[in-house]
Design a protein around this ligand. Structure first.
Ligand code: PMM
Length: 271
C-alpha cells in the first residue's frame, strides 16, 4: 500500500515567531500531529526549495533539523530528511533518520553519494536541474518524460558507481522543479515511462501546477485551496502503485489510499 510522507518544513517562513527552541517545539508538535494523522514517515526539511528561495547556511540547516529529527525518532516516528547537503544528511542519520530525501539527486553536493553508500539507507533521488533561483528558466523539454527518465538514470548510475545499492533508490519526478506548468502532467500520466520498475515518490502537494488546473475551472487557486486537488493526485498515484506520496495533509492522503485499497481489493463474493 502507498505510504504517506508528511511534510515538515522547519523554516522561518513556516514558523515565523519565536526563537530557535520555540521553532523546534512547534516543529516537533507538528511532526507528532502528522504521525497521528497517519503519516508513515515525517519528512523534515530545514531549507526552503520554493521557486526563488535563497540557500541557508549549512550550520543553520543542521541546527534546524537535527533536534527535530532526534525528538521525533525518540518517540518512534520514522523520519526522512529533506536535504541536499552531505553534512546535514550524516548528522540526521546519526540522530535517527532512516531515509535521505535529496531534491538534487546528489547533484548539489558531491559528498552526498558517499554518505548514503556508507549508511546503506533509503535515498530519494529527485529530478533536478538547478537551485531554486534558476530552476524556472530550465523548464525546457522536447520530451519531458524521456528527458526526466534519462537524467534520473544518470543519477542512478552515479549513485551505483559510488556504492549505493540501486534497490535503496526511490525515484521522484520533481514536480514543480524546472517544471513550471504543463510539463508536470505527462510525468504523472506516464509514471512507468520515467521510473521503469523503481519505487516512486510523488510530491504534488499544493504545488503551482495544481493551482493552474483549478483556476481553469474558475476555482480559488491559492495554495491553501489546493488540498482537494492534491488528494486527487494521491488517489491516482496510489492507484498506479506509487511507493509514497509527500503531502501536507497526511489524514486526507491516508483516507484516499484506504479507498484505493478497498476498491482494488473488492470481492463481490464477500458478505
Ligand atoms: N518538493 C518540495 C520539497 N521537497 N522532495 C521530494 N522528494 N519531492 C518533492 O516534490 C519535493 C521535495 C517543495 O515543496 P514544499 O515547499 O511544499 O516542501
Amino acid at each position: 500500500m502507498t505510504l504517506v510522507m508528511g511534510i515538515l518544513n522547519v523554516t522561518p517562513d513556516s514558523f515565523s515567531d519565536g526563537g530557535r527552541w520555540d521553532t523546534a517545539d512547534a516543529a516537533i508538535a507538528q511532526g507528532i500531529r502528522l504521525a497521528e494523522q497517519g503519516a508513515d514517515l515525517v519528512d523534515v526539511g530545514g531549507e526552503s526549495t520554493r521557486p526563488g528561495a535563497q540557500r541557508v547556511e549549512p550550520d543553520e540547516e543542521i541546527a534546524r533539523v537535527v533536534p527535530v529529527v532526534r525528538a521525533l525518532t525518540e518517540r518512534g516516528i520514522a523520519v526522512s530528511v529533506d536535504t541536499m547537503r552531505a553534512a546535514t544528511a550524516a548528522a540526521s542519520l546519526e540522530a535517527g533518520a532512516t531515509l535521505i530525501n535529496d531534491v538534487s539527486g546528489g547533484l548539489a553536493d558531491p559528498a552526498m553519494v558517499a554518505v548514503v553508500a556508507d549508511a546503506g539507507c533509503d535515498y530519494v533521488a529527485m529530478h533536478w536541474r538547478a537551485h531554486s533561483t534558476q530552476m524556472d528558466g530550465l523548464d525546457r523539454y522536447d520530451d519531458v518524460v524521456a528527458e526526466v527518465r534519462d537524467e534520473l538514470a544518470a543519477r542512478v548510475d552515479a549513485l551505483a558507481a559510488a556504492g549505493v545499492d540501486p534497490a535503496r533508490i526511490i525515484l521522484d519526478p520533481g514536480l514543480g522543479f524546472s517544471k513550471v506548468g504543463p510539463s508536470n502532467w505527462p510525468l504523472l500520466a506516464d509514471i512507468p515511462g520515467w521510473a521503469g520498475d523503481a519505487r516512486v515518490l510523488i510530491g504534488a502537494s499544493r504545488k503551482r501546477f495544481l493551482g493552474a488546473a483549478i483556476e481553469r475551472e474558475g476555482r480559488d487557486a491559492s495554495a491553501a485551496s489546493r488540498d482537494h486537488a492534491t488528494t486527487a493526485v494521491t488517489t491516482l498515484a496510489a492507484e498506479r502503485g506509487a511507493w509514497a506520496v509527500r503531502v501536507h495533509d497526511a489524514g486526507a492522503a491516508r483516507d484516499a489510499i484506504a479507498v484505493v485499497s478497498a476498491w482494488q481489493n473488492a470481492d463481490h463474493t464477500q458478505e
